[in-house]
Design a protein around this ligand. Structure first.
Ligand SMILES: Cc1ncc(C[n+]2csc(CCOP(=O)(O)OP(=O)(O)O)c2C)c(N)n1
Length: 706
């Protein structure tokens, strides 16, 4: 491999370059040179940190032989590299500028453009997944990437790296489970230096390799300080991962520096242990000795190489110090990516359709246009199409695209998210009840940070559907208790609408559910699609006289075929005629309650009300809310959430902040009655909790008569 082939003489990372499908010929001397380069960058940056040039540094000393593992992989294999893998980064990218730019948080940093801490490796071009500060948090995503590789039969693998501490995380265990259950092309590389900050105790009991083998992985334990030995050991393991299934590589390494620039090594390690580690496990010494024994280098060559590399790094360091810091003006860049294609208008014949059928239709329409699209979740591949039947049509038409998962929400999210990153298109996960999102919460939050953190280099177009809210067959006013019960009836929007970078949708009608689900599959940002259980089979709402409420009932007429409904646009529905005497801002099942209330109040008092059905909860359509509030001068926000720090409160507060002067009555707020942990199963208590059209009517009568 030519030296530094991906960087121009001025240090610009080149955008071209071919990632071949062959393991390059192994040049052991060149590999060793990358290791020396890593150590030299490490040593210079450590010094710069102590000189106060930047705030934090975390080093690679002791882990440089990892370059031997990466050298045994194909350049089109994907990596997750942890913060000690600088030598692996250099081997893969040939870019010594990037880590230095990252340390100084320069705009030119190709990994995160200064947004993330140093040594948080990331590169879409070089297939290095974006590292998160949360230890091992990339593991579920790595599972998803490997899942996509296996489905698409690409013959690529994913090499996931973490320390011994990382093995203890839920995330690592999710990767292990996904990789063994689905026999994925994954190598789990555990770089065990025996420390996790100052803790040198157990992260697992017994033997790691025995544990891994017990679940169906190939597993090897070896010294991790000789890059040539690592290269030779990894070649057959990579072949195994590619053709048979997962591999765990447990590497015994020695940490030569303190945990990071924030830690004093002598405060927690004794000198004898530090010296012993340096004598026995220094990869530069051990790999250098091996190359001398092989006759490839002399001691003098090594000394010469070290000098040459030091001069090169010193020059790069000087150059990078002169490069610009990012501007504060770009703070808001790369939070969301919206569909770039224009809206697709419906052309198919409309027919009366339930929301459940509309969702079924949408999934099939997406699958028809995207051969890689799949839905992954508990029971979704069974003949019933999940416990609610949302994937039944997909199971019939594309049985191999509705895939039942093990019972682990973090695993489900990871598979869908990683596969979406591998394919660059929405891959869908289904969580049975939003209440169980809790296990996937960290993975979801990080997915939403990917675009921002990598300054737009990476996206995670995952699409997560989940049933939320109470069960039952329609509006609370019309059908009574839904019987969801504790753990099955949270509304759940506040769990997602507080995540910048995450799009949260909650349609209230079949027409919007179909069009918005298809639209969500075209975006590059992660999307949470909340399906209200009460709406799955709901008929259009009726007024007190039993008449179907026209303007809303139309939205049960769902066109056949493919069409999209734009996100970030609320739907404004006028009930009554003439100038509106109030606006109701709501979404989901409460949209139906609001419609019933408005129709009943109009029937009694005349006038009109505007319903603003948000549909996209975050980021929500501020323009439409503003227009409705300015016109009606009176507004009520209605949510079925309990009155805690809920999402509805945010919308209400936003209206107060921006429209206080526009209102001639205080902005009203209706929510679930009481701060209860979850909605009770028994009918009387459930009915006591949910707001109904009667609660809304009381506010609207006040609007109409005040
Ligand atoms: C989820 C999470 N918990 C805690 C931390 C704080 N933390 C940062 S590094 C670290 C130790 C990691 O140890 P290990 O995985 O063995 O890697 P090493 O630093 O020893 O190479 C911890 C606890 C974190 N970053 N993420």
């Amino acid at each position: 491999m030519p030296d530094q082939q991906n960087v121009t003489p001025g240090g610009q990372t080149t955008r071209e370059g071919v990632l071949t499908e062959q393991v390059p010929t192994f040049d052991a001397v060149d590999c060793f040179k990358q290791m020396i380069l890593a150590r030299t960058i490490n040593d210079i940056l450590k010094t710069r940190k102590t000189q106060g040039k930047f705030d934090f540094y975390i080093g690679c000393a002791g882990h440089e032989a990892i370059a031997g593992v990466i050298a045994a992989l194909r350049p089109d294999d994907w990596l997750t590299q942890y913060y000690r893998d600088l030598a692996g980064w250099l081997w893969r990218t040939r870019d010594p500028y990037a880590p230095i730019r990252g340390a100084y948080a320069r705009e030119t940093d190709p990994m995160t453009s200064g947004r993330n801490l140093s040594e948080q490796f990331s590169s879409r071009r070089f297939h290095i997944l974006p590292y998160f500060a949360e230890i091992a948090a990339l593991a579920p995503f790595a599972a998803g990437v490997a899942f996509a590789f296996k489905r698409e039969q690409t013959d690529q693998l994913v090499s996931f790296h973490c320390g011994d501490g990382g093995v203890a995380t839920n995330d690592f265990n999710v990767l292990y489970r996904a990789a063994t259950v689905h026999q994925l092309p994954v190598i789990m590389v555990v770089e065990d230096n025996n420390w996790a900050i100052t803790f040198g105790g157990k992260q697992w009991s017994g033997s790691l390799v025995e544990w891994a083998r017990g679940g169906g992985a190939q597993a090897v334990e070896m010294d991790g300080s000789d890059a040539v030995a690592l290269y030779e050991a990894t070649l057959p393991l990579a072949e195994h991962a590619r053709t048979k299934g997962p591999v765990l590589l447990h590497l015994k390494m020695g940490l030569l520096d303190p945990h990071s620039s924030s830690t004093d090594i002598y405060a927690y390690r004794d000198r004898a242990e530090i010296n012993r580690t340096k004598e026995t496990r220094d990869p530069i010494t051990n790999t250098g000795r091996r190359l001398v024994q092989m006759g490839l280098l002399t001691e003098a060559d090594i000394e010469h190489m070290k000098k040459e590399v030091r001069a090169q790094v010193t020059q790069i360091d000087e150059q990078v110090q002169g490069e610009p810091l990012p501007s504060g003006d770009r703070l808001l860049q790369h939070v969301y990516s919206w569909p770039k294609e224009p809206t697709v208008e419906p052309t198919g014949a409309p027919k009366t359709t339930s929301m459940l059928d509309a969702i079924n239709d949408a999934l099939v329409e997406i699958a028809r246009r995207d051969p890689g699209f799949f839905v992954y979740g508990q029971d979704v591949g069974g003949p019933r199409g999940g416990v609610f039947g949302a994937t039944q049509s997909l199971v019939k038409e594309f049985p191999e695209r509705a895939i039942s998962s093990p019972l682990n929400e973090q695993l489900i999210f990871g598979i869908a998210a990683g596969a979406s990153m591998a394919d660059g298109r929405a891959r869908c996960g289904e969580i049975q009840f939003v209440d169980y999102h809790q296990s996937m919460a960290q993975t979801a939050r990080l997915a939403a940070a990917i675009e921002y953190q990598s300054f737009g280099d990476w996206n995670c177009p995952v699409l997560m559907r989940m049933k939320s809210g109470s069960g039952g067959g329609g509006p609370v006013s019309g059908s009574g208790a839904g019987g969801g019960g504790m753990g099955h009836s949270h509304a759940g929007e506040h769990w997602f609408t507080d995540i910048p970078g995450m799009i949260t949708l909650c349609p209230s009608t079949p027409y919007d559910a179909k069009g918005m689900l298809i639209e969500a599959s075209r975006t590059e940002s992660p999307v949470i699609f909340l399906e209200r259980g009460r709406l799955y089979r709901s008929a259009p709402p009726k007024d007190a006289q039993g008449n179907v409420i026209g303007p809303v009932a139309e939205l049960w007429q769902v066109p056949g075929g493919y069409y999209t409904v734009p996100m970030r646009q609320a739907r404004r529905i006028r009930i009554g005629s003439g100038f509106p005497t109030g606006a109701i801002v709501t979404w989901g099942i409460m949209m139906l309650e609001a419609t019933i209330a408005a129709a009943n109040v109009v029937a009694q008092h005349g006038g009109a009300f505007d319903i603003v059905d948000l549909r996209t909860l975050m980021p929500f359509d501020q323009e439409t809310v503003s227009a409705a509030v300015r016109e009606a001068n009176r507004v009520v926000v209605v949510t079925e959430e309990p009155d805690y720090a809920n999402y509805g409160r945010y919308v209400h507060s936003w209206i107060l902040q921006h429209h206080f002067e526009d209102m001639d009555l205080p902005a009203a707020f209706i929510c679930g009655k009481g701060n209860i942990p979850s909605v009770p199963y028994d009918g009387p208590e459930e009915m006591a909790f949910y707001p109904t059209s009667k609660d809304i009517e009381a506010v609207l009568i006040n609007f109409a008569t005040a």
